[in-house]
Ligand binder design. Structure first.
Ligand SMILES: CC(C)(COP(=O)(O)OP(=O)(O)OC[C@H]1O[C@@H](n2cnc3c(N)ncnc32)[C@H](O)[C@@H]1OP(=O)(O)O)[C@@H](O)C(=O)NCCC(=O)NCCS
Length: 173
């Protein structure tokens, strides 16, 4: 008999990464990521976050986890045991939206794709999502490539505050 999974589980470790809930000690480290203009270039209006805004994100993730049993989990690099960003889900209208953000020194190693595959599998198999969406500004080539590698399907493009955004989906068979 398989292990019974429950709502509130985090996605399983991958070869190089672990998911976990946020804790209060994460604020400074995560803010170093969110205050970097290079990281935030294609996030919403492209503005780097204030520390308050970073704190709100962590708070919101904790609330999401309590209410829905999932969130945009903290992502840990197992090699150095550091918080390197997040990957996970946020509720978006009737859908669950998958997303990611990594510290730049960890880019270009396939880590976002590795995390996203594990999160998407967890979403479909354990959380029983019927449908997951992902959005990326069209100019965000790295994020669009991660979505493409996940095998998600482009649904449409739309303008959000002067920036073209693409919306993709993965649907349970
Ligand atoms: C998007 C992000 C998470 C990708 O992380 P990552 O670990 O480097 O991603 P991966 O290595 O798994 O895959 C990135 C892919 O994009 C490609 N890529 C990266 N920059 C690119 C660019 N400027 N043009 C074209 N392709 C690019 C890589 O070559 C790779 O594809 P490949 O495996 O076919 O070679 C990271 O860049 C990030 O945190 N960006 C800032 C936050 C952000 O934009 N989040 C998403 C908001 S929608």
């Amino acid at each position: 008999m398989g292990v019974t999974k429950k709502l509130g589980d985090v996605p399983p470790d991958t070869d190089r990464l672990a998911f976990r809930e946020w804790n209060d000690d994460d604020l400074d480290r995560f803010h170093a990521i969110c205050s970097d203009p290079q990281v935030m270039q294609f996030v919403a209006d492209g503005q780097a976050w204030t520390k308050d805004r970073t704190g709100q994100f962590i708070q919101f993730a904790a609330e999401m986890l309590r209410e829905y049993g999932y969130c945009q989990w903290a992502l840990i690099c197992k090699a150095d045991d550091k918080l390197i960003g997040y990957c996970g889900f946020v509720k978006s209208d009737n859908d669950s939206e998958i997303g990611w953000r990594l510290a730049p020194e960890y880019w270009g190693k396939g880590l976002a794709t590795e995390a996203a595959r594990a999160a998407l599998e967890h979403g479909m198999m354990t959380l029983r999502f019927r449908r997951v969406i992902a959005t990326a500004q069209t100019a965000n080539l790295a994020s669009a490539r991660v979505i493409e590698k996940l095998g998600m399907t482009l649904e449409r493009r739309f303008d959000r505050d002067g920036r073209e955004v693409m919306i993709f989906s993965a649907n349970a068979g």
